[in-house]
Design a protein around this ligand. Structure first.
Ligand SMILES: [Zn+2]
Length: 393
């Protein structure tokens, strides 16, 4: 048995008074004791003074096939299988080194990420969607998920279930990174989205919908999706959150607003130009997310990691800082968005995202006290993934 002791601890839902001594046996947490408790006989304890101990972070929106470079998504079709595999491996390792011990991949190229699902070794836990379902020529069409019509959409959902997907991702609107698509327009009819949701739920899979446009968010909610990605509520002249939609979101799907921007890095000029064309700015999105929180919407700290230099793999700590800063979310809730709530959204509730006996030994010990300095989350001192300590280099 091994132990990790810190004077501050967050268990996935709340801060624990007086920190914690987390006991690990193999790949599992076997006990969470008060920070001052004596270690059991024979237990080797790693002391983490001035540190906060948390569950490993979870990024609910990543693109492991994206290398985080300026052409991250554009270059994917040009890569051969070995090169793409190397990109995914590097993304997984960068995630682990940042304390991200589980990810939900929402933008596979063909089946690259899903096919690695059974692979062992030092990797984060990966829940994958396969190629996002999109309309012909629609957002991220080059990933291989172009489909339309109720019957073909139901078939696409079944194919993902058969290949081991843990979630279905559907592109309900156009996107910033696919020229020729309209951010404010819907890509599928309500009938089509309902077919996706119905087929997925029949197979026990949740559905999350990429939606920038207000109409696409409203249509996704009407179709009964389990999650909304981005949820920008763009109208062509900025963001708009009607009261009825806010109430429906608060009562319904969990929202991953993909905040978390690497400080000091601007999106590439062509991306900024496409955002400006619909009146979207990062600052406006952050204040829109603050409005979602005030309306009672459940938020996730997923980032869209991998799509470009402003979105590095492992960057979920920046999303927590955005939520707890400009978005006005209390720190404990912002941390829950990256731990326990994130685990539930990924279908990993009961397995990770908590400091509790019986959960996977996924741990992050920070260099500094997160309660007084949220940026301490960006400085891992110890990362444990399913019981194995990650070399931080
Ligand atoms: Zn994405």
């Amino acid at each position: 048995m091994r132990g990790y002791r810190a004077p501050r601890a967050f268990d996935g839902e709340r801060f624990l008074d007086g920190g914690a001594l987390v006991l690990v046996e193999g790949s599992t947490i076997v006990g969470v004791e008060p920070g001052t408790a004596p270690a059991p006989e024979g237990c080797v304890v790693t002391d983490l003074p001035a540190s906060t101990l948390l569950p490993g972070l979870i990024d609910t929106h990543v693109h492991l096939c994206g290398d985080g470079g300026p052409r991250a998504l554009d270059q994917i079709p040009e890569l051969d299988a070995a090169a793409l595999d190397a990109v995914v491996t590097a993304a997984e390792q960068a995630s682990l080194r940042a304390g991200v011990t589980a990810v939900r991949d929402l933008g596979d190229h063909r089946w690259t990420v899903l096919q690695r699902a059974g692979r062992d070794g030092e990797r984060p836990t990966v829940v994958a969607a396969g190629p996002p379902i999109t309309s012909p020529g629609g957002h991220c069409w080059s990933m291989g998920g172009e489909t339309s019509g109720v019957q073909a959409l139901r078939h696409a959902v079944r194919e993902r279930a058969e290949r081991g997907a843990g979630v279905v991702k559907v592109m309900a609107s156009g996107g910033v990174l696919t020229p020729g698509t309209d951010l404010t327009a819907c890509q599928f009819s309500l009938e089509e989205l309902r077919a996706v949701v119905d087929e997925a739920h029949r197979l026990g899979l949740p559905v999350t919908a990429h939606a920038h446009g207000l109409a696409a968010v409203e249509r996704g909610v009407a179709a009964g999706v389990d999650g909304i990605e981005h949820c920008s509520c763009l109208t062509g002249s900025g963001t708009h959150l009607p009261a009825e939609l806010a109430a429906a979101l608060a009562a319904g799907p969990v929202v991953c607003p993909t905040v978390g921007f690497l400080p000091g890095v601007d999106p590439p000029p062509h991306v900024q130009a496409r955002m400006a064309a619909v009146g979207a700015t990062v600052e406006q999105h952050l204040s829109h997310v603050a409005g979602l929180y005030r309306a009672g919407v459940s938020l996730l700290a997923g980032t869209d990691a991998g799509i470009g230099p402003v979105k590095p793999h492992g960057g979920v700590a920046y999303a927590v800082a955005d939520l707890a800063g400009p978005c006005g979310v209390p720190l404990a809730d912002a941390l829950t968005a990256a731990t326990a709530r994130a685990a539930r959204a990924c279908g990993l509730g009961g397995r990770t995202g908590r400091l509790a006996a019986g959960y996977d030994a996924d741990l992050l010990g920070t260099d500094g006290d997160v309660t007084t300095d949220v940026t301490a989350l960006q400085r891992p001192r110890v990362v444990v993934a399913r019981g194995r300590e990650v070399p931080l280099g």
